[in-house]
Write a protein that binds this ligand. Structure first.
Ligand SMILES: Nc1ncnc2c1ncn2[C@@H]1O[C@H](COP(=O)(O)OP(=O)(O)OP(=O)(O)O)[C@@H](O)[C@H]1O
Ligand SMILES: [Mg+2]
Length: 249
């Protein structure tokens, strides 16, 4: 199963979701690869991978210099990680002129055997995100409970996914989650209404908790550092949804 966290709206919880979905699948005994295709490399950083320790990254893989297996860092909080650096922005520009530019990541990951691959993407619908969408079985789109624009972002993401039909036979399933949820907020009703009008029902609601940012700083997924927290429980619901839909070996 390849799960891609995407949404062109920034700061909605893509990276947080990718890290915790990956961590929970790994805790359940799955072999999991987390892939960072964001030039801001937040996933790489928040898993505690120092840039100094990186000889090869997803940059080298997408440029075609090495196989994915040569750039994967094994055993980071139970995950294998294909990390990113800032140089990814340059690779995106270089890819733009190439034939088959939308499926470079899919081809690069094709030979790997993981139970699940979880991919974090940048906050735009550019070529790196499109490469991730082309590989995806499921796209998890976070909508922050205080961000009306994020609901609109889902509509645009869905339109982009529909266009993938030109490149691949089966388009991925879109699963929406609400993040940073606070009880009894007027804006939450507005967001819910916007999602309902799009025909979308959130799979889970992740509560707003300062512990999420603390986990970023501690460089450890909250699913690992606080397994009983409300945030972890909400992400577990998402993982159960994914596991039920894609029977993972
Ligand atoms: N449930 C939550 N409760 C509180 N804070 C959260 C929650 N989820 C995410 N955050 C915080 O919100 C900020 C943005 O989250 P995150 O980096 O996951 O979003 P993103 O969509 O990946 O952002 P970007 O568009 O910059 O890649 C981070 O500081 C993170 O700690
Ligand atoms: Mg991010």
């Amino acid at each position: 199963m390849i799960c891609v966290c995407a949404q062109q709206k920034g700061g909605v919880g893509k990276t947080t979701s990718a890290i915790n979905v990956a961590a929970l699948l790994a805790l359940a005994g799955r072999r999991v690869l987390a892939v960072d295709v964001d030039p801001q490399f937040a996933l790489t950083r928040r898993l505690g991978i120092g840039l100094g320790q990186l000889e090869r990254t997803v940059v080298d893989v997408l440029a075609g210099w090495v196989d994915a297996g040569e750039a994967i860092i094994p055993g980071v909080h139970g995950l294998d990680v294909l990390p990113a650096t800032r140089e990814l922005a340059g690779v995106e520009l270089a890819l733009a002129g190439e034939v088959g530019r939308e499926s470079v990541l899919r081809d690069a990951l094709a030979g790997l055997t993981y139970d699940a691959v979880v991919i974090d993407t940048p906050s735009n619908l550019g070529l790196l995100t499109v490469n991730a969408l082309v590989t995806a079985d499921v796209v998890v789109a976070p909508v922050a409970a205080d961000d009306e624009g994020a609901a609109q972002g889902v509509a645009e993401l869905r339109a982009t996914i529909a266009k993938l039909g030109r490149i691949r036979q089966q388009v991925p399933v879109l699963s929406v989650i609400v993040t940073k949820a606070k009880p009894r907020r007027v804006m939450s009703d507005v967001i819910d209404g916007a999602l309902t009008s799009l025909g979308l029902e959130p799979v889970t609601r992740v509560p707003d908790r300062a512990a999420v940012e603390q986990a970023d700083v501690a460089r450890t997924p909250i699913a690992i550092s606080a397994p009983d927290s409300a945030v972890t429980l909400a992400y577990r619901e998402l993982v159960e949804h994914l596991e039920a839909r894609w029977v993972i070996a």
